[in-house]
Ligand binder design. Sequence first.
Ligand code: FES
Length: 184
Amino acid sequence: MTFGPSTPKPSPDQLTAHGAEHDHGPYEAVFTGAARAELDELLTRYPNKMAALLPALWIVQRERGWVSDDAMAEVADVLALTPAYVKGVVTFYTMYHQHPVGRYFIQVCTTTPCHVCGAEGVVDAFLQHTGCGELGVTSADGRFTVIEVECLGACGFATPVMINEQFLESVTPARVPEILAALT
Ligand code: FES
């Protein structure tokens, strides 16, 4: 299964940590203090508020680790957009998390060129060695979430993998344990 823009994402229930509850307490606004100042500075670089939507969502995800419905509503409010518009953007891009994910978010390309070069074996190795067991499920220790994604633009270096902001090329199942061991 691939979680790309053209395919449905799993439901939040499929994507939370093992046994995790969905009670995150009262919502606390992101855009206060330094984050608000950062957004205000950001807005000076764009012709209108809507144009700052993607970086505003990055701020949310950096601050909270994911983009909740409440956060989408806050972003809509500060950028004078509708919550539906913001949700449409968040749900289009796989890089925005609509649920809590592991500290290390592992994206493995399994589009056809990588698939024929053995990407499924890389996925299986990550699922096994992280303890996630299934795609989109966060490991019990909260460290890892593994998903499959569409082409990462490195088709000649199968299998490419992204772990947070780190881009790895030519990953094989045999390399997976050493890659995970190098993560702090
Ligand atoms: S098909 Fe995997 S990077 Fe392009």
